[in-house]
Design a protein around this ligand. Structure first.
Ligand code: ASP
Length: 389
């Protein structure tokens, strides 16, 4: 059972809440934001084995928030901190964790207008991508974390929490007012990443540094805004309108029993000298999908016929293979002979999607009631502005 605490940054206090969220209905001053602590460096403490997720997050977070300048502290909203019973290093996260977060958030949507997930950075972009597909587009859900633990000197943790609260507050205000505000009308509010001084669309972003406070970037989509030292600035409307999607199409519904059987999707990166027999076991059942990381604009060695035959055989068996580039900037076009050979083998385009978005999208599509051909068609749709074209 998650543990709930309400934090009042401006009043410098917190209080433990009944653990059942339904009992919060009667509370007089409601918090509109739920911050869900899942683990990750942001809350880690030293142990004999190295850094591990630490507990007592409400006390620790309030203590750090109190170090902010008065004006910044008092502009922060009240929020409820939900501590998950099992805190993890995010390198342990699995698609089950995405589904459980989705379930938890959905069970709280009557009580809260916005969500902030405190998450480890290692798989943060996978979780943000998955939540972008799983949650309603209009539900503000921000994923953040930090490169350094909360209590470490000059840590980026506090700044990221402060920025996430300001972004969540801004999106709540925008939803509540019909008047013109400074907040742009984002179409995709679920799965944003707030990190460093950037607000990024999570399903377009990747972790780009193991140490820099600017740990995430979205190479193929400019930041949606910036937030640093208490100052929030949304990007020009033009950037925001680049959040293009097949707006009216909804991501296929996930099967209820899905959580017991996660379909196998693998990530396969081409390398010079790759041989068919080295990949055959990776393409074999029960694998259902492959994110193929090709070269440049979507190329594979077309002189290597056994390799192409192995891809074609897998594709003919119903394995869905998505071609995306190892190169972070730009899209696959499969316009070279070396690229069209992949299309001939039944492989579909991943356009300019990040590996994290392509992987979570394909995994989640296999959790819906679709045939392999329907999964291919569905993958081709741009549901949550997860690609440029
Ligand atoms: N290994 C950590 C994790 O992903 C790294 C971090 O949080 O920055 O949980």
């Amino acid at each position: 059972m998650p543990n709930l605490t309400r934090l009042y940054p401006a009043a410098r206090r917190f209080e433990a809440l009944p653990s059942s969220v339904n009992q919060l209905e009667n509370s007089t001053d409601k918090a509109q934001i739920a911050v869900i602590y899942t683990g990750g460096t942001i809350g880690m403490v030293e142990s004999d084995k190295g850094l591990v997720p630490g507990d007592k997050m409400p006390e620790r977070l309030l203590k750090q928030l109190e170090t902010l300048p008065e004006a910044r502290l008092s502009s922060l909203p009240t929020f409820d901190l939900v501590t998950l019973p099992r805190l993890i290093d995010s390198s342990n996260a699995t698609p089950q964790d995405w589904l459980e977060l989705n379930r938890l958030i959905r069970s709280y949507t009557k009580q809260y207008r916005a969500f902030i997930i405190l998450h480890g950075t290692d798989t943060l972009a996978y979780t943000a991508s998955a939540l972008s597909f799983l949650l309603p587009k209009s539900l503000p859900c921000i994923v953040t974390g930090s490169q350094y633990p909360l209590e470490k000197e000059a840590s980026d943790a506090l700044g990221n929490v402060e920025a996430s609260l300001l972004v969540a507050n801004s999106l709540i205000k925008e939803a509540l007012t019909t008047e013109h505000t400074n907040t742009p009308h984002l179409t995709q509010k679920a799965g944003l990443i707030v990190f460093g001084d950037k607000i990024l669309q999570g399903n377009r972003a990747s972790k780009v540094s193991t140490y820099s406070p600017q740990g995430f970037d979205s190479i193929n989509l400019p930041p949606l805004g910036t937030c640093s030292e208490g100052k929030l600035q949304w990007a020009e409307t033009k950037t925001v309108t680049e959040q293009v999607s097949d707006s009216e199409t909804h991501f296929p519904e996930i099967k209820a029993e899905a959580v017991d059987e996660i379909p196998q999707v693998v990530i396969l990166k081409l390398w010079p000298g790759i041989q068919a027999q080295q990949v055959e076991s990776l393409l074999a059942a029960p694998v259902k999908g492959v994110i193929l990381e090709s070269y440049g604009s979507g190329n594979a060695p077309d002189l290597n016929q056994p390799l192409l035959a192995a891809f074609k055989a897998a594709s003919d068996r119903g394995v869905v293979i998505v071609n995306r580039s190892q190169c972070p900037q730009g899209s696959v076009s499969m316009s070279y002979a070396a690229g069209s050979a992949l299309a001939d083998a039944g492989i579909i385009s991943g356009y300019d999607m990040t590996c994290e978005a392509a992987f979570s999208k394909l995994t989640l599509l296999f959790l819906s009631d679709l045939t392999a051909d329907e999964v291919k068609d569905a993958f081709n749709r741009n549901y949550c502005a997860e690609r440029s074209v």
